[in-house]
Design a protein around this ligand. Structure first.
Ligand code: ZN
Length: 401
């Protein structure tokens, strides 16, 4: 059976993992290729449950990969998957396990090597093995997107094809109950930032904005509880927020905070979602200053400002200054750094390195264009806002060194 993408069945409720045997039967699957993050697999309780559902001789297990998918892991997985010849791929874990499974399930069916497919953007015209994605964190929303990230010699590539969208997503909030506070905060911030960025993205549509607005509202309301004193209600809300943010960026893609974040994670070891959050407030301020001369969205600056006003509503504030303060207070309440300076990244030299390594594709999806000097100013917290801001009244910081 081949899955060509665009359609997905979603099971989203506490205990929905129990649907797996029925889903396997619906796909006529007798042999399953299981891609799991072992820590998440055991800690989430999924291992215990799945052992009851799936006979051991019907499973080929693929694990033992590091966070952030590497091309070597994709190649190892494709070789093992071809040898096992499964009817179905089941992914269980965070973004890494699900992204790897997306690439393994599709690239298994293609002659070209995973390396060539990723580097040359070869279309995955043969489709994919049916993939069931089961997230164990409330964060990336990878189960609801048609792209996957892979690192080749330290460089990040994005593989995109309709067939990468898993045909089934099983989002069971119970699997996130054991996620520790720090990881809950970082993954939840990824969902929140993806939702906020999606609202202002050049690629946004009315549909994506509807998903993103719901996701951001849920995360803003429930992430502090999910992190600091989790309840089943807060965990459910975050699982839903993560899934909806995934659906939003599946259409719109992400923007500037994500574009900067990859270098922050690589150079400073700050987890993905927490790294993205360090620049959300200053990019929010920067984007509010959009004008006709620097608007990257063909729909115009007034359209962008109208979208940005949705963010003020979500944050329950009336001005951009208060919106920035609100975002920073929110990030701080989760025990994360609300700015680069708070994360100890503030010398001009280190900020220049970050601006030189910004992901160009994500940057071009930001509604306000930015050159290297603009980026440097905004990372220093010196970007001007059209309506005036606390930031504009600050004296420019002295050059470090
Ligand atoms: Zn992200």
């Amino acid at each position: 059976m081949s899955h060509l993408g665009n359609q997905q069945t979603v099971y989203l409720s506490a205990g929905s993992l129990k649907e797996i045997p029925r889903i396997c039967r619906l796909h006529g699957a007798t042999r399953t290729f299981l891609v799991v993050d072992e820590v998440a697999y055991n800690l989430s309780g999924a291992a215990t449950q799945l052992r009851q559902f799936l006979p051991p001789d019907a499973i080929t297990l693929f694990s033992g990969f590091e966070p952030n998918p590497k091309i070597e892991d994709v190649e190892r997985g494709v070789a093992k998957c071809r040898a096992a010849n499964p009817d179905l791929v089941l992914a269980l874990g965070g973004g890494t396990a699900i992204d790897l499974a997306k690439m393994i399930a599709s690239m298994t069916k293609h002659k070209a090597s995973p390396h060539d497919i990723a580097v040359n953007g070869i279309a995955l015209s043969e489709g994919s093995l049916p993939l069931i994605a089961v997230p164990t964190t409330a964060g990336t929303g990878s189960e609801s997107t048609h792209f996957a990230v892979v690192y080749i010699e330290g460089k990040k590539y994005s593989v995109a094809d309709p067939c990468l969208l898993p045909c089934v997503a099983v989002v069971d909030p119970e699997l996130t109950y054991s996620v520790p506070p720090k990881m809950t905060a970082a993954t939840g911030l990824d969902a929140f930032c993806q939702a906020i960025e999606s609202i202002w993205a050049v690629g946004a549509t009315d549909e994506s904005v509807a998903y993103a607005t719901s996701a951001a509202t849920l995360a803003f309301e429930h992430l502090p509880t999910a992190t600091n004193a989790p309840t089943p209600e807060a965990r459910h809300a975050m699982s839903l927020a993560s899934h909806l943010a995934g659906k939003a960026i599946n259409i719109s893609k992400t923007t500037l905070p994500h574009a900067i974040s990859y270098a922050i994670t690589a150079d400073y070891g700050i987890p993905h979602g927490a790294a993205v959050a360090t620049t959300l407030s200053c990019v929010l301020a920067y984007n509010f200053g959009v004008s006709t001369s620097d608007c990257a969205d063909q729909r115009g600056a007034a359209h962008v400002r109208q979208r940005l006003s949705l963010i003020l509503d979500i944050l329950k504030v009336a001005s951009v200054e208060d919106a920035c303060l609100q975002v920073e207070a929110f990030v701080s309440s989760l025990g994360c750094s609300p700015t680069l300076a708070a994360a100890g990244i503030q010398s001009e030299e280190s900020l220049r390195v970050l601006t030189s390594r910004v992901n160009a594709a994500r940057l071009s999806n930001n509604p306000r264009t930015a050159n290297h000097e603009d980026l440097l100013s905004l990372l220093q917290g010196r970007s001007t806002i059209a309506t005036g801001s606390r930031r504009r009244t600050e004296a420019p910081k002295a050059t470090a060194g």
